[in-house]
Design a protein around this ligand. Structure first.
Ligand code: HPA
Ligand code: ZN
Length: 332
């Protein structure tokens, strides 16, 4: 098998806080005088045994208390971007959760400043492009999401889009229709997590009521043939995260993952790592997992092309990256 780390690709479903490795969490906590509720790095890692989305989110939000300053966010981003560049990532659209940081006393401007500094470093050092997607934490009140939009409105030009994450079941996309309408008026792209643990009906809601351009996860779409046909016909991309789905038990095991069915139905599927520090693999490991399901080099290159098509990069950048992928496939 050819080296999939050299396959040029975009990462479109990546929570930057989910790249926080235990070593960095403890070193930032020490620097910031924050006491993490874990004895040490081994104790923290021993808790990476999740039973569902919520069991992960509890640990994830707890580790996020270590992040306090713009420098912290810049270091976090650069650590991820360096690793991603080494795994062939040429463009990245990065989620972050400002409402969680605000609860830790960190203003959204601090987070944006730090992450943008990290992206600038990656542009200079690795010729990477990308941007930020502000995620609405859906299990917090809608009024909190509205207040966040007010705060970021003056900086909307520095942000690529709006997303929706956190605990899914019981928090349908329709709750955030007004928030997403306002985001669209600010010129932001729209994406949402739907159909990870929640039903296919949530994917329909995200499409119809939030008017999303991509669906994050979306794997439960396989339960609804009309939805699959709709996604394929309208070329609405899904940002699929195979190792995440296994670790959060959204699928029983990798072999049971609906990826092959989605691809065969003609859906524009992309491969991503979600929260790689927590889920046992960065993007290269996710492509390797897909290869282990029997996807050949041509199919893997097509998945990488899908990631470029599904991105919010400009047309010239997309054309350049697709040319890179085709050159890779021709020599593979
Ligand atoms: N789902 C929902 N919320 C999240 C995730 C996820 O996979 N990762 C980080 N926040
Ligand atoms: Zn996610």
């Amino acid at each position: 098998m050819t080296d999939l780390r050299t396959l040029p690709k975009a990462e479109l479903h990546l929570h930057i806080e989910g790249t926080l490795e235990p070593e960095l969490a403890f070193s930032l906590a020490r620097r910031n005088g924050v006491l993490l509720p874990f004895a040490d790095i081994d104790d923290l890692r021993a808790r990476y045994d999740f039973t569902d989305l919520q069991s992960f989110l509890d640990l994830y939000y707890s580790c996020m208390t270590a992040l306090r300053t713009a420098r912290d966010f810049e270091e976090l981003a650069v650590a991820y971007l360096e690793r991603a560049a080494a795994e062939g990532v040429r463009h990245v659209e990065m989620f972050f959760d400002p409402q969680v940081h605000a609860a830790n006393g960190v203003p959204v401007d601090v987070v944006i400043d730090g992450l943008r500094a990290g992206l600038r470093t990656a542009a200079d050092r690795f010729d990477m492009t990308g941007g930020l997607i502000v995620c609405i934490v859906r299990d917090q009140p809608v009024t909190s999401a509205e207040a966040l939009l007010d705060e970021i409105a003056p900086r909307a030009h520095e942000i690529l889009g709006i997303g929706l994450d956190s605990a899914e079941v019981g928090y349908p996309p329709s709750l955030f229709e007004g928030v997403f309408r306002r985001a669209a008026e600010l010129g932001l792209h729209r994406v949402a997590h739907a159909g990870e643990e929640g039903p296919a009906a949530y994917v329909w809601e995200a499409l119809r009521e939030l008017e999303v351009e991509r669906v994050d996860h979306g794997i439960r779409s396989v339960d609804d043939p009309d939805l699959i046909a709709h996604l394929a016909e309208h070329r609405v991309p899904l940002t699929v995260c195979p190792l995440s789905n296994v670790r959060l038990r959204a699928v029983p095991d990798l072999a049971a993952h609906p990826l092959r069915r989605l691809v065969e139905a003609g859906v524009v599927v992309t491969i991503n790592s979600d929260d790689p520090s927590y889920f046992g693999g960065y993007i290269g490991d996710n492509y390797a997992a897909v290869a282990s399901l029997g996807f050949d080099t041509t199919e893997l290159a097509q998945l990488a092309e899908n990631s470029i098509e599904a991105s919010f990069a400009d047309a010239a950048r997309k054309a350049a990256l697709i040319a890179e992928i085709r050159a890779w496939a021709a020599s593979a």
